[in-house]
Design a binder for this molecule. Structure first.
Ligand code: DGY
Length: 347
């Protein structure tokens, strides 16, 4: 698919993106936009073929490897701009991009609330056994109200543990702390300040109104967080320090009836260990948007009643996905016009 064929700068886009505003941004920057149609995930060879001999910029997907080979091909074709169509950039070898002198952008901000909302949906789907109950109804098994039918967990007044204190973690915390009066513990390997700022603001607000405070506490030990939390939600980046952050040993520290939600990246959890843990602990419930080896799932995962699974849709609202497209296009258009990346595109 080609948009604005007479544009003088060639920008390739590895998947069709929603909306048209993003195309207007690139068109206004005198770009010829070449979009790869279809839903197949591109291999490195296919990306390199798409880039070809001459290419000024590219917008790629989190399902693709943007590494020395593909970024190198973009650079060799004269490219000066790459943007990931995602806030996460674990699929991009940022060190290689830096070495090549190729700026890399991402799409933060527009997906913060959307992603947190999906994490909330998973939280309650898991804790209140929504999928199991739905299947029960559809299969004609409901024969009347019963005192012990599909009992789940109440969160009000309990403790939420958040791993990853950035924008999305802070939005999720706000929803659970203010909406459900949960006490908060949080942990981050990195110096993210969004959640810290939220806690300071909320604390000041509660004090001003003389309301009974919920407790909000940063902890330095992930073990401590896992032990005290009734609900744990993951919002950290994926890198070599966070891969398998949740492993068998740490799962065993969690309460037997805790809820675990992952809307960040699959490999943060050791998925095989999670399957074994859920098999042994039927009251332990999980909501997953992301998987270790997407699109595959660990053997046994899809057979578990205590796990709710959705296909990496945390940012999938029309407003957000169109906004992500506009941001990715702005990253590339800006760079091609000689501007540096805007501050928010924080790779
Ligand atoms: C991201 O942006 O990193 C999400 O996983 C997809 O929106």
């Amino acid at each position: 698919i080609v948009v604005n064929p007479e544009g003088s700068k060639r920008v390739v886009v590895t998947k069709e993106l929603p909306g048209t505003h993003w195309q207007d941004i690139l068109t206004a920057a005198d770009c010829r936009i070449e979009i790869m149609p279809g839903t197949e995930i591109l291999s490195k060879e296919e990306i390199i073929a798409l880039i070809g001999d001459q290419c000024d910029g590219a917008i790629g997907q989190l399902t693709e490897a943007w590494d020395t080979d593909t970024l190198g091909a973009l650079k060799a074709a004269g490219g000066t701009a790459y943007s990931n169509y995602a806030v996460g950039f674990n699929n991009v070898d940022v060190a290689a991009a830096n070495e090549l002198g190729l700026p890399v952008g991402n799409t933060p901000g527009v997906l913060t609330e959307t992603t947190a909302e999906l994490a909330i949906a998973l939280t309650f789907a898991a804790s209140r056994r929504i999928v199991e109950s739905d299947q029960f109804m559809r299969s004609g098994q409901f024969h009347g109200w019963l005192p012990q039918l599909f009992m789940g967990q109440l969160f009000h007044g309990k403790t939420v543990g958040i791993i990853g204190a950035g924008r999305i973690g802070a939005a999720y915390a706000r929803m659970m702390v203010e909406g459900h009066k949960m006490n908060l513990v949080y942990y981050d390997l990195y110096q993210n300040e969004s959640l810290e700022d939220y806690v300071a603001d909320y604390g000041a607000l509660l004090e001003k109104h003389g309301e009974p405070a919920v407790t909000c506490q940063r902890v330095d030990s992930i073990e401590e967080l896992l032990k005290v939390s009734d609900l744990v939600s993951l919002h950290t980046v994926l890198d070599e320090n966070t891969k398998h952050l949740i492993n068998e040993e740490r799962l065993n520290l969690m309460k037997k009836d805790a809820i675990l939600v992952n809307s960040a990246r699959g490999p943060i959890i050791d998925e095989n260990a999670l399957v074994a843990h859920c098999q042994k602990n039927p009251d332990f419930r999980v909501g997953l948007d992301v998987f270790e080896e997407e699109p595959a799932m660990a053997p046994g995962l899809a057979d578990l009643d205590n796990v709710v699974i959705v296909p990496h849709i945390a940012s999938a609202t029309v407003w957000t996905r169109e906004g992500m497209a506009s941001l990715a296009a702005s990253n590339v258009a800006g760079l091609l016009q000689g501007y540096s990346l805007w501050d928010g595109a924080d790779v």
